[in-house]
Each structure stands twice: as C-alpha cells, then as structure tokens.
Design a protein around this ligand. Structure first.
Ligand SMILES: Nc1nc2c(c(=O)[nH]1)N[C@H]1C(S)=C(S)[C@@H](COP(=O)(O)OP(=O)(O)OC[C@H]3O[C@@H](n4cnc5c(=O)[nH]c(N)nc54)[C@H](O)[C@@H]3O)O[C@H]1N2
Ligand SMILES: Nc1nc2c(c(=O)[nH]1)N[C@H]1C(S)=C(S)[C@@H](COP(=O)(O)OP(=O)(O)OC[C@H]3O[C@@H](n4cnc5c(=O)[nH]c(N)nc54)[C@H](O)[C@@H]3O)O[C@H]1N2
Ligand code: SF4
Ligand SMILES: [Mo]
Length: 693
C-alpha cells in the first residue's frame, strides 16, 4: 500500500545514507522532504533530492520482464512466469553441461542487507557455485583488506562521522567529499571552525581540496611513498608516541625501518610533493593531540591499494592516532550499502556476519542456519574482475543483480566481449542498463521507496529504508525472484520474500561473527536512529566507537605492516606519456544507469569530459570544449576537453559515468592488488591528442 503520510527513509544512492522523508503527492508518486537525521541533519545533495525521478514508469524504468526472442534476437515483453522459467532453464542447462561452477553470480553494494544475504545464500545453497562476487570489490576492498590486517576487523569508519568535526587535524586522502558526499562537508567546515586543520591529498585541486589548509598534489599512484615519507619525518623529528606503540601495537621495528628507507628528498622525487610541504603536513598533523586519516578511492583503487592504506594506518599507529577518542583511521565507503553489502556473503570469500568461507567453524555455523551440510558449501571463488574475465570461458551462465559492468568494469570493452560470449545472462534491474540490454532475460525489480530493507552506512550504522509507494504493475522484488528461482531449481526449504523475515535469518547467521547483527531489529533501528554493529544481544547498545580499549586482533594489539613503495602497474613512457585518473562528478552516480535518467541531473552533468591543465592543452593545441582522443593500451576514448588549472600538468582526469565513445573504462588498467584484488582504476598511462571534430 502506498503511504498516505510522510515516510521516514534514506536516500537510494551513496554510503552517507542521508535521512529523508518521502511525502505522497497528488499525482500518485512521492516527493522528497527534509528529515532531521544525525548524519546529514536535513541536508541532501541533488541526486538524493531528485531520486523520485527514477521511480517513474513512463520512459524511465522497466515495467515488465523482457526475454530475448529466438526468432528476432530482440528483447521482447514476456510474462513473469515465462521469464522466470527461462532463467531457471538457462541456469540448469549451463550447470548440466558444465558443472555448478560454470554458473556465476554478480551482486552489488547498493543492494540492501537482505538482498545481499539472500543472493549469497542462493549462490551457495541453490546454485552450489563458488563463483559469486560483487562490485564492492571495485570499491572498498583495499581498505577492507588493510583494516583486517592492521586491526583484525573491517568497518569503514570506527567512529560516527560527526566525530570528524571534533578532532585536531584530518588528512583526507583521495576523497572528493564535496562532490561525492556533499552533506558531509559540514563536518570539515565545523572542524575548521573548531580550530582544527584539514590536509587534502589529491592530484586534482577539487572543491574539497579548496577547503584545505594544506593541499598536497602528488602524482597519481604515489600515496604509498607519501605516507612513508610523512612517517619518516615523524620518526626523524621525534614525534612517535612511544607509549602507545609499546602498549597497543606489534611490528613497529620493521615498519619503522621501511619508513626510514623513504627519506624526504626521495619521496619528493617519487610524488612530486616538495619537501617543505611534507614537513608542513607533519607539523599540522602532529601539532594537536588528536588526528584522523580518512581515505577514499584515490589511494585505494590502485594495484597496491592495500599496502597504501596500510602505510596511512602505520602513520596513525606510530603517532597514537588510533583506538582513542576523536582519533583514528577510517575509510569513507562508497555505495548505499557498501558496508553491509560486504558483510553478508556476496563476496567470493565470505559468509554472513563477515565470516570467512574457508573457516570450518564459520561454515558449520552458517550451514546450521541454512539447514545444509557444511561440506556441501562451496569454497571461495574468483574476485569480481577475474569472474568477469572468465565469462564465456569457465563461467558460461550469469545472474547479475545490482551492477552495470559494461560501464563500470575496468578494461570495459574486453569485459563487454566476455559478457557477449556467455551462453546465458539474466539481469535484475530497475532500468534497462547497458548490461541489462545484453541479457537473455531482464527482470524488472522494485527499488528503494517501493520496498523495505536495511542498509549499513559508512559508520557501520544499520538503517531502515521504508517502503513509501507501490511499484508499477509488472515489477517484483529481487527477493521474489530468488524465491521463485530457488523453488524451480529444487530448493524445498523456501526462500523468504518478506524483508524482515530475511533480516531475522541474517541476524542468526551473523551471530557470533565479526559483524554481529543479532541484537539489531527493525523496531530498534526505528527507535534508535540506527544501530551500530557489532550488536550481539537485544540488550547490547551497539558499538558507535570501535577499538577504544582493544583492537579486534587475538591479543588486542594493532599490527604495523612493513610496506615499501612500488611503482604503478603502468607508468607513463614515451608512447603513453601521461597519467590518466578517473572518478566522479557531483550530479551523476556510478555507471549513471539511474542518474542519467533524471533530467535535472543530466542538465548539470550532460556527458563525459577530459580534464587537463592549460599547459598540456597548449602543447596539444586544444581549446576548452574541443574533442580530444585519449588512448591507452586497452583502447581509445573521445570526449570534450575541459581545460582547468585544478589538475597536474602530467595527468588527465575522466569521470566514468557514461557508456559509448567517452567511456573512461575503455582505457583503465585491470592490474589487480595482490591482497584485495582491486583493479587499478586510479592510474594508467595514456596518450592524448586532438580528435577530429
Ligand atoms: N556524485 C557522486 N557521489 C558518489 C558516487 C558517484 O558516483 N557520484 N559514488 C559513490 C561511491 S560508490 C563511491 S566509492 C564514492 C567515491 O568517492 P571519492 O573517493 O571521493 O570519489 P572519486 O572521484 O572516485 O575519487 C576521489 C578523488 O581521488 C582523486 N585521485 C585520483 N587518483 C588519485 C591518487 O592516485 N591518489 C590520491 N590521493 N587521489 C587520487 C581524484 O582526483 C578524486 O578527486 O562516492 C560515492 N558518492
Ligand atoms: N574508471 C572507474 N571505474 C569505476 C570506479 C572509478 O572510480 N573509476 N569506481 C568503481 C566503484 S567504487 C564502484 S562502486 C563501481 C560501481 O559501478 P556499478 O556496479 O555499475 O554501479 P551502479 O551504476 O550503481 O549499478 C547498479 C545497477 O543496479 C541497478 N539497481 C539499483 N538498485 C537495485 C536493486 O535494488 N536491485 C537490482 N537488481 N538492481 C538495482 C541500477 O539501476 C544499476 O543498473 O564502479 C567502479 N568503476
Ligand atoms: S550525499 Fe549521498 S546519501 Fe546524501 S543525498 Fe547525496 S547521494 Fe544521497
Ligand atoms: Mo564505490
């Protein structure tokens, strides 16, 4: 039933998960109204404000299943019964011909906890495949791996986001918060009003960098050297917090030795950041007793992202800026459920509750909840890029829910070929994304305001998104899809379609795991403005701040990791002399599948561009707005030049929100981080030329 009064809920897009109200309109849809929620305090960005645009049935979204016709080769309308029969038949045929691991599943960090949990369970118990991973691998996996290594637990921020305003100095590494989480900018403004300092590390002078007391503008892919250089200076200037290191950490001598091998002049040569700026950064960071380092995709989306984050964590540990009030390392997660999506089993190596799939006790616990034999659970599978790269080869059928890899995967032209080589592809989506358009069957699903579910924001706060409006006729939920497919594929125990029922099962599956949700209920979330995990019992208050007494390692101490700088997988050379880095703009979201369908957002950000410095533009003979061709070893893209002083002259930047000729991911390098399997979205070598108009 569509609500008759304003419903309190959260935005469908990024990890800030701003609180908002949805008020029914006379026209039968909803409008967004302000809601006082502790994270965003009423503020919203343009994407959140215009999100109801994606609910519209007319010309925007899918309103009925589509099945590819054998006769015409086109996607044609079909009934739900016929479409689901076709999916079941397609998956069974692949499995019969090539075995269970020939069927793959690809999920998304935008899916609610309930959907992510159900999808992971579906892969393991119904399809019995190990081949499941999700787009979060492209997002926070390097920070997650570094968190695990150093602290024994991975939660994006170990403190509420509001704590940022109350520390002494923040080093913000590779985050363009002003564009990617605009309402969070207030915490940086408050920090400065409180006398705190802000250092931003970004090869571009972004709107975020403009807020900084100090902007360090390194070459892309050199954050690891930069962090080591700062740690070197901390040691050289006698600023190590010896008592903290002694009492609460392991491994300092080796980490110290690694930092000492990165003296300031060497670091200047590698990063391009002058030695006086390095010294100034250390002076600001160590000039107050409390400090934070926050990373986002800039340093993380590198083939050495895990070590890079590790180096920043080492800086926090050596200076005692971890595991204390108003101090610590945090990762700003990305997608709406980027945090929860990685805790409940859609990642190749995980079971719900952030358990490890190769841990016998974890397998036994979760198998017990699922009513299966632990020995029947498959083992860990391939990571996202490796899974996409195996399509049409080892993996011949794919069920995709909540991602649009044709636009967002690295080396996207190759991945598009791999998708085309599949024997069978089924896509659940709300719109006909570029990837859905390639499917054999497209299943139109409910979204956000049309269904209830939980998401876990960047602080580890579990939130309730409530249903406010009925979906168009012909649209069903992802949970319904899994329920019917499970039955078709012979699973007799049933797959719940009621989100609260799924959540209750998730709570039991997570009980005793690192991300323990067992004490969290829909009712509590509503009454308490979200509950922070871990929350192991009904009587437990939840955990807004982690690590204050101990880290989550067996002996409670954090672990330094001795990391050394290394070059990016691809450095500029004579043939490809420039760095390409990629990222986001304010008005578009991700692959753009949703936001490119909202007129107001398209007006603000109509298409791709190549940001380049005036010196480079002069050298190439291109003026602002003229088309330029960018070529890498993977392919060629063309988009208008955007000439700007806000970028290094040796670097060009492209946003990745668009398909077609201007697709940034035609160019990107899928070199993977050895620990996290994160692709190197943030650095590759390119050549840039004037293109014929
Ligand atoms: N408007 C908008 N907001 C979003 C999203 C969106 O698509 N659009 N997506 C959401 C998601 S899923 C995510 S993951 C977050 C991402 O949020 P951010 O991490 O803030 O976004 P990006 O633009 O990918 O990258 C941030 C900055 O990294 C810089 N950078 C590039 N290379 C390097 C490098 O080598 N080192 C350093 N230090 N910096 C570098 C870029 O210049 C860029 O300004 O945003 C979320 N919010
Ligand atoms: N070059 C470059 N590439 C990048 C990045 C970068 O910085 N540079 N960033 C990477 C990062 S951090 C990320 S997170 C990825 C994101 O890239 P994608 O994984 O492509 O993310 P979205 O565009 O959000 O795709 C989500 C899809 O799911 C659909 N959808 C939304 N809600 C639901 C739902 O509830 N159910 C179902 N079934 N479908 C739904 C949407 O309509 C959309 O088609 O891109 C990565 N790619
Ligand atoms: S900042 Fe993120 S959560 Fe908030 S309104 Fe914008 S997209 Fe939505
Ligand atoms: Mo992301």
């Amino acid at each position: 039933m569509t609500a008759t009064s304003t419903v309190d809920t959260h935005c469908p897009y990024c990890a800030l998960q701003c609180g908002m109200g949805l008020r029914p309109t006379a026209g039968g849809t909803v409008e967004v109204v302000e809601r006082d929620f502790p994270v965003n305090k009423g503020a919203l960005c343009g994407k959140g404000r215009t999100a109801p645009g994606v609910l519209l049935a007319e010309g925007v979204r899918l309103t009925g299943p589509l099945v590819r016709s054998g006769a015409t080769g086109e996607l044609e309308p079909a009934s739900w019964g016929a479409a689901l029969d076709r999916v079941a038949e397609g998956l069974v045929r692949v499995r019969a011909g090539h075995g269970a691991d020939a069927v793959g599943v690809f999920g998304g960090g935008g899916l609610t906890n309930e959907k992510a949990y159900a999808l992971g369970k579906f892969a393991r118990v119904v399809l019995k495949t190990s081949q499941i991973d999700y787009n979060g691998r492209f997002c926070m996996s390097s920070a997650a791996a570094a968190h695990q290594r150093a602290f024994g637990l991975d939660r994006g921020l170990p403190f509420p986001v509001a704590d940022i305003a109350r520390t002494g100095c923040v080093i913000l590494v590779g985050s363009n918060l002003a564009d990617t989480m605009p309402p969070a900018l207030r915490y940086l403004t408050e920090l400065k009003a409180n006398g705190g300092k802000l250092i931003v590390v970004d090869p571009r002078r972004t709107r975020t960098a403009e807020q900084a007391d100090l902007h360090l503008q390194p070459r892309p892919g050199t954050d690891l050297a930069l962090a080591l250089g700062l740690l070197h200076l901390v040691v050289a200037e006698g600023l190590v917090d010896e008592a903290f290191v002694e009492e609460r950490t392991h491994g300092w001598p080796e980490a110290r030795a690694a930092a000492m091998a990165h003296w300031p002049e060497l670091v200047e040569r590698i990063t391009g950041v002058p030695v006086p700026a390095l010294r100034e950064a250390v002076r600001l960071f160590c000039g107050t007793p409390e400090g934070m380092v926050l990373t986002a995709r800039g340093p993380e989306q590198q083939a050495k992202g895990t070590d890079t984050v590790g180096a920043w964590i080492n800086l926090c540990l050596a200076t005692g800026r971890a595991g204390r009030p108003r101090s610590g390392y945090g990762c700003l997660t990305g997608q709406g459920n980027g945090q929860g999506g990685r805790e409940h089993g859609q990642k190749a190596d995980q079971l719900p509750g952030y358990r490890k799939l190769d841990d016998p006790a974890a397998r036994a616990h979760v198998a017990g909840v699922w009513g299966v034999d632990p020995d029947d659970l498959p083992g860990p599978g391939r990571s996202a890029y490796e899974l996409l790269d195996a399509l049409g080869r080892d993996v011949k059928g794919l069920l995709l829910m909540g991602s649009n890899p044709v636009v967002s995967a690295p080396r996207a032209a190759h991945i598009t070929e791999r998708i085309a080589a599949l024997d069978f592809l089924a896509v659940c989506d709300v719109v006909l994304s570029e990837t859905a358009a390639m499917a054999d069957v497209v299943l139109p699903v409910t979204q956000w305001a049309e269904e209830t579910g939980t998401v876990t924001n960047l602080e580890g706060r579990v939130l309730l998104r409530r249903k406010a409006i009925d979906p168009p006729d012909g649209v069903r939920s992802d949970l319904y899809v899994l329920n019917v497919l499970a039955a078709h594929l012979g699973w007799e125990k049933g797959f719940a379609t009621n989100p609260e029922e799924v959540f209750d099962e998730l709570r039991r599956a997570s009980a005793g795991g690192p991300a323990d949700y067992s004490g969290i209920t829909y009712r509590r979330i509503a009454e308490e403005e979200g509950v922070f995990w871990p929350c192991p019992a009904d009587s437990h208050p939840g955990t807004p701040r982690l690590f204050l007494d101990r880290f989550a390692t067996p002996d409670g101490r954090a672990r330094f990791v001795p990391v050394m700088h290394r070059p990016s997988a691809e450095e500029p050379d004579a043939e490809y002399p420039l760095y390409l880095t990629t990222g986001r703009v304010l008005a578009q979201y991700q692959s753009g599948a949703q936001t490119r369908r909202v007129a107001e957002l398209n007006a603000a950000a109509p298409g791709p561009f190549v940001q380049l410095h005036p010196q480079l533009a002069d050298r190439l003979g291109v003026a602002d707005g003229e088309p330029v061709a960018v070529t890498s070893r993977r392919g060629r893209a063309v988009a208008p030049a955007r000439v700007s002083r806000g970028i290094r002259p040796d670097t060009v930047f492209m946003p990745f929100h668009w398909p077609g000729e201007g697709r940034a991911n035609t160019l990107t390098n899928p070199a993977l981080d050895p620990a996290s399997r994160m692709p190197e979205f943030k650095v590759c070598a390119v050549r840039v030329e004037r293109a014929q108009a």
